[in-house]
Design a binder for this molecule. Sequence first.
Ligand SMILES: [Mg+2]
Length: 196
Amino acid sequence: MSKLVIAIDCDDVLLPSTYAIVDAYNRQYCAQVSYQRAHESDNTEWSAPRAVVHSRIYAIQLTKEYATIQPFSEAVVAVHRLASAGYELHMVTARSGILLEVTTAMVRNYFGKGVFTTLEHVGLDATKGDVCKRLGADVLIDDNLKHLTHAAEHGVGGLIWFGNYPWQDSKTIPAGIKHCADWTSVMSEIEKHANA
Ligand SMILES: [Mg+2]
């Protein structure tokens, strides 16, 4: 297998996050944010200016409850397999840099040191294409379509749309993007890229 550089999203790819954030936000701020629209930057369901929404989300992400969300067991197995096979793995997350410690602890606890070459925190409302280009990523695995389309514009050829979530309209999959509902299907897609 060739040594692909693989960029892997964190939230909702390695562990379930959106449901926890939306549930906590709705509970604390009496809002009615839907899972369907949770990732739209201009979604007014958050019922606050964007800067306020961001600081509220950061506060939720800095809680013990959030820090102790466990990764999907199949993601842990898959990431270890990829690392053992010699792939260069980078986590590319839309988490803010202020979450670096939370992310680092989670990675250390569940994935081990050195599995990811870097942990890239691009920030909420940012896109991931530039980072993927800088890393020389061959593949991006992400549950959020906007990051995949942005990565495509920056020359990333392997675009894997992960999961089966309410915020994904997988009836309309853009050309060049492969929808993989689970990690088993992600692994076979990566194998195709490695052998291409
Ligand atoms: Mg995500």
